[in-house]
Design a protein. Structure first.
Length: 587
């Protein structure tokens, strides 16, 4: 990973000099730094100026100026997924409402972001009371932001004074790291600059909730009954395992049980994908055939930390009674529910059961991992079989994944996806490192990937490797400027076919058939952009590839670029329909 080489700390004085200069803003920033948040994404504003000025001068926390609110908040989301916590500073009203979509996605997918803002202050509120003045960026209700954010945060507060601010900030941050979900804090505009005591040098810790002993025993006993009766059990792991730091515990359960395991799309790379029990990611009909077969044949699915979305309706309808489900809402074994038992306690107790029954482990046979060009050739659109130089979705992944594997680069990248055909095709990838696949797979936001690239790279220390559709990139293309401004060498591949292909699949898939009289719906057709000119305007390296040979030639060049982002236009046929999407659309 590369980033800007000149630190603002070499140009300005670092940090407050004395206790009298230590403010509420400094308190929050100190706590964030203790929690390994070393970058704060920011949109400036007059109400929040005392916080942004403190941030600009605070030693050890960098200001990442973003181009717009979605750019900032998507980046914060990806940063939180990599670091465990993130922060974004926004102007009251116009910024907070613009960022709401991204924070809602972070709420759904359990990504803890501290949303920082400021409201009109005490003086302004007095003026409003006296003269009925509507201050800028306000709906008329100066508490509307907080009320709105209550729907997508675990805690939302507004501080009207510095009295008790330290305690309230601590409670807010503990909520974020305990529940792995966003929080919201605003102050009256003057409060961020008011004096505050310094925090202790001890970093905040998540709250730990223990399960009632009897309820835990009942849950484990019921689960064990189902597990030991099964002939073809399977572990189905989800993103909550990664968010709550339970990956090592999951690995121990896999080793002790001998079970094969798969993951949800959102939970992909909950463990390194090089283990000998990983069958591949299960993304319903988009999955590799061998993965689908093993899931369908399983008679007990030990589901750990998975967020079950409507992508898995067929799975949940057929496997509900055969599931042992542990997540942050509690435990379910078949039809028996134990809401007060925690996922971690359950997993630890289940591991102890496996270890105490050493003769039990099942010796399940893992299907051979697909070799390149498989699984891509088997899923590529057969229309182009006679045209080997045409780039299709699957051919793109065939050659890029082979390049990354051959050059031993998979360990150095983090993949980022919004919802798109590319995301579903990418679930067929093998060999990724733990925590290296970030996707808007539950909230399913088009455009997430481009905005998230900066946060993914800054948070992980790895190079962001992002694949977007035309439509997704067009939504937040300005994020390319944020990457260039911070000298981040993220790669943005744009699968250029000038249509919202994933939307068309679910509207009328017959439009993809060769010679079909069905046309793409007008609302799914996108304008043609000059991506090379756009890359130049934003300060990025621009590359265009139209053939497989051009793609293969471009990959080494892309790998060598160190100090700027790379925008790669990958020209694909408008009617290329990968097999993964055809099966999903057919369902």
């Amino acid at each position: 990973m590369t980033r800007r080489s000149t630190s603002k700390k070499s140009l300005i004085a670092a940090g407050p000099a004395s206790a009298a200069d230590f403010t509420v803003a400094d308190y929050l920033l100190t706590r964030l730094k203790q929690l390994n948040v070393t970058d704060v994404f920011q949109i400036p504003g007059d109400y929040v100026k005392h916080f942004t000025q403190a941030l600009e001068h605070f030693d050890g926390v960098n200001t990442i100026g973003a181009i717009n609110e979605l750019d900032a908040a998507y980046a914060a989301d990806a940063y939180a997924r990599s670091r465990g916590l993130a922060a974004v500073s926004l102007q009251f009203g116009v910024s907070t409402y613009s960022a709401l979509n991204a924070i809602a996605g972070a709420w759904v997918e359990r990504s803890p972001i501290v949303v920082i803002s400021a409201t009109p202050g005490a003086d302004m509120r007095d003026i409003t009371d006296m003269y009925d003045v509507l201050f800028h960026h306000s709906t008329g209700d100066l508490d509307a932001d907080r009320k709105t954010y209550e729907n997508v945060t675990v805690r939302a507060i507004t501080l009207s004074t510095n009295v008790g601010a330290d305690e309230q900030i601590d409670e807010l941050l503990i909520d974020a790291i305990t529940h792995k979900r966003p929080v919201y804090i605003a102050c009256y505009k003057e409060v961020w600059g008011q004096p505050c005591s310094r925090p202790s040098k001890t970093s905040l810790k998540p709250r730990v909730t223990r399960s009632p002993e009897l309820a835990l025993r009942n849950a484990v006993d019921q689960a064990w009954t189902q597990i030991t009766a099964a002939k073809q059990p399977l572990i189905f792991a989800g993103v909550e395992i990664l968010r709550f730091g339970l990956s090592e515990l999951l690995k121990q359960i896999i080793d002790a049980s001998g079970f094969l395991y798969t993951t949800t799309t959102l939970g992909k790379t909950v463990l390194d994908e090089k283990g000998d029990k990983f069958i591949g990611t299960y993304s319903d009909a988009a999955s590799i055939e061998s993965v689908r077969e093993i899931v369908q044949a399983s008679d007990c699915v030990l589901t750990l930390g998975a967020i079950i979305t409507d992508d898995y309706l067929v799975f949940i309808e057929s496997k509900y009674a055969d599931m042992v489900l542990a997540d942050t809402a509690g435990i379910r074994a078949g039809y028996f529910k134990y809401g007060d038992v925690t996922m971690q306690d359950f997993m630890e107790a289940l591991l102890a059961k496996f270890k105490a029954n050493k003769s039990y482990p099942i010796k399940a046979k893992v299907p051979p991992q697909p070799k390149y060009p498989q699984p891509w050739a088997g899923n590529s659109d057969p229309v182009y079989d006679a045209k080997p130089q045409v780039i299709t979705y699957n051919r793109f992944f065939e050659h890029t994944m082979k390049f990354l594997q051959d050059k031993n680069l998979l360990k150095d990248i983090v993949m980022v996806y919004g919802v798109s055909s590319a995301m579903y095709v990418a679930t067929n990838c093998y060999g990724l490192s733990q925590g290296s696949f970030i996707a808007s797979a539950a909230w399913q936001c088009i455009g997430f990937e481009t905005g998230a690239a900066a946060g993914a790279q800054l948070g992980s220390g790895k190079r962001a490797w992002t694949i977007a559709g035309d439509g997704g990139f067009m939504m937040v293309c300005q994020s390319l400027s944020t990457l260039a401004r911070n000298q981040l060498n993220a790669v943005i591949f744009v699968m250029s076919n000038q249509v919202y292909a994933i939307e068309q699949v679910y509207v009328d898939m017959t439009a993809f058939q060769p010679g079909s009289k069905h046309r793409f719906d007008a609302f799914d057709i996108l304008p043609k952009w000059d991506y090379l000119a756009l890359a130049k305007a934003f300060g990025a390296e621009g590359i265009r590839v139209e053939t497989v040979d051009e793609l293969k030639s471009a990959l080494p060049r892309i790998a060598g670029i160190k100090h700027k982002p790379v925008l790669v236009e990958v020209v694909i046929p408008q009617k290329d329909l990968p097999g993964q999407m055809y099966r999903l659309g057919s369902e």
